[in-house]
Design a protein around this ligand. Structure first.
Ligand SMILES: *[C@@H]1O[C@H](CO)[C@@H](O)[C@H](O)[C@H]1NC(C)=O
Ligand SMILES: *[C@@H]1O[C@H](CO)[C@@H](O)[C@H](O)[C@H]1NC(C)=O
Ligand SMILES: *[C@@H]1O[C@H](CO)[C@@H](O)[C@H](O)[C@H]1NC(C)=O
Ligand SMILES: *[C@@H]1O[C@H](CO)[C@@H](O)[C@H](O)[C@H]1NC(C)=O
Ligand SMILES: *[C@@H]1O[C@H](CO)[C@@H](O)[C@H](O)[C@H]1NC(C)=O
Length: 275
């Protein structure tokens, strides 16, 4: 029984007021605690631990040493003053075996190509190798006078030429293209006017490094959508052909995006039949 019933109505009301107040206070405390706890638990893993965890997915590498070689490229530097050569020690610390005949390059087809290589085991992109995997989709930079790695407030891709992230991708793309061998495949985008863009990393770095002493063929897969804009006769693809080291054979095939998706989702289909 509620002892309040023996009190005069005036006091009973006051007491109920007190009770309501304390319930509200407790509720507020619980909410504050939940928020604080939630924030603590949800804290992002550090950039370094993400790097190391991803590195350790690959066998036979000294990931702490690779991290050290990576970090020295930008730590303590103005993030707009990191040339691609700054990552040379990282490349030297990360030797890898090229997958001759299975190397896949891409330009403006990132999501499709990675969905494809994830589902089908027959092609390897830069982002599937340790070189690209460790920082894929991440942003990082250093700061003058600091020994830390920052993941916010870093200059964007086009803000300055020699920024931490862009120079990294240029350097690892060069390393990947340097060892390209056998038949090389490139997935380009047929839904844009210029599938071989002279500003792309594919054009400025990769194609220039394909060496006919190792690369036999370049097979361009031009991915088309329903209302596709361009085809294999496009002039930019003619200039791609001209850029190639003499002796590398070139061919281009238009393939519908839907066909690639269908093929990658069907475990029965061998890769060779996707286009
Ligand atoms: C960027 O770095 C390269 C060396 O990789 C250098 O030749 C070039 O002048 C630099 N560009 C700018 C804008 O600092
Ligand atoms: C090609 O580029 C267009 C326009 O940027 C984009 O919408 C489309 O998803 C790209 N196609 C592929 C296969 O990535
Ligand atoms: C290809 O490699 C040979 C020998 O390794 C070298 O002399 C030549 O300059 C290279 N060509 C290109 C286009 O890099
Ligand atoms: C390719 O596109 C051009 C226009 O850009 C068009 O004239 C030509 O017929 C197309 N060729 C094929 C094989 O679809
Ligand atoms: C073909 O390539 C040239 C650049 O080399 C470009 O200007 C043109 O718009 C391209 N696309 C089409 C659909 O004609």
């Amino acid at each position: 029984m509620d002892r309040g019933e023996f009190l005069p109505p005036e006091k009973r009301r006051r007491r109920r007021g007190c009770l309501v107040l304390s319930v509200v206070a407790v509720l507020m405390l619980v909410i504050v605690l939940a928020v604080v706890l939630g924030l603590t638990l949800r804290q992002e893993p550090s950039f370094k631990s993400t790097f190391i965890d991803r590195c350790e997915e690959f066998e036979g590498y000294n990931c702490e040493k690779i991290w050290g070689a990576f970090e020295q490229a930008y730590v303590g530097r103005d993030p707009c003053q990191v040339p691609m050569e700054a990552y040379d020690p990282f490349i030297a610390a990360t030797p890898f075996q090229p997958a001759c005949g299975r190397m896949m390059f891409w330009s403006k087809t990132k999501d499709l190509v990675h969905d494809f290589t994830e589902k089908k085991d027959c092609f390897v992109t830069l982002e599937d190798t340790l070189l690209g995997r460790v920082v894929n989709d991440l942003t990082w930079c250093g700061k003058e006078g600091s020994s830390e790695t920052f993941t916010t407030g870093c200059p964007g891709w086009t803000y300055c030429e020699n920024n931490t992230v862009r120079s990294f991708w240029k350097r690892v793309s060069a390393a990947f293209a340097d060892v390209a061998c056998g038949d090389v495949t490139a997935m380009l985008n047929g839904s844009i006017a210029t599938p071989f863009s002279s500003e792309s990393i594919f054009a400025t770095i990769e194609v220039k490094r394909f060496n006919s002493s190792r690369v036999k063929n370049l097979n361009v897969i031009l991915v088309t959508q329903e209302n596709f804009v361009t085809n294999c006769t496009n002039a930019s693809l003619k200039s791609l052909q001209k850029e190639l080291d003499e002796g590398i054979k070139y061919n281009c095939k238009e393939v519908a995006e839907a066909q690639i998706n269908e093929c990658s989702s069907d475990p029965q289909k061998p890769c060779g039949s996707c286009w």
